[in-house]
Design a protein around this ligand. Sequence first.
Ligand code: FES
Length: 204
Amino acid sequence: MSNNQNRAVDSNRRNLLIATSVAGGVGGVATLVPFVSSLEPSERAKAGGAPVEADISGLKPGEKMTVSWRGLPVWIVRRTPEELASLSKVTAELADPDSKETFSYPMPDYAKNEFRTRVEHKDLLVVVGVCTHLGCIPSGPYQAKTLPALGNDPGFLCPCHGSTYDMSGRVFKNKPAPKNLDVPRFMFVSDTKIVIGKDEKGEA
Ligand code: FES
């Protein structure tokens, strides 16, 4: 039983952002019980922090909520039909529309689509809200035509150096940020609740 110190996982950039935080402890028990190792969280997962649950029952179309996972702000965004429709329109303007490059976490297979989420819940975007340039927190979502930096598109804006992201967290071309926002592992545990940091394959 111990508190895990939050650690940046791969990127030093995150160290600029991440304050220490505390997640539920899972360490200490494993040495006592000879569980099947494949069912246990990896060492990396245990070091990083436990998965967190989020109740999304009150999240309405166009709204965003933020939960803390491993000290990172994870956005959960309920996209409107208009925001979803914008995704295919902006493809040519994006640096990496198919998310071939990943930032700090590998892209889950179920998020390898333009919605970058589980297609059976394609309105629900789950991304780490940390700019891939130097770790500022972007603002948004902004509706279409409400922010000059985004032109006619809806999306997110990083206030530090002007990187813009579409409604799937994909960075636009010719911006300081080199990569799309991370999609963490997540899964539904009920119709109204998701868990972040874990999916059918285990913990991140
Ligand atoms: S930190 Fe976001 S654009 Fe520089």
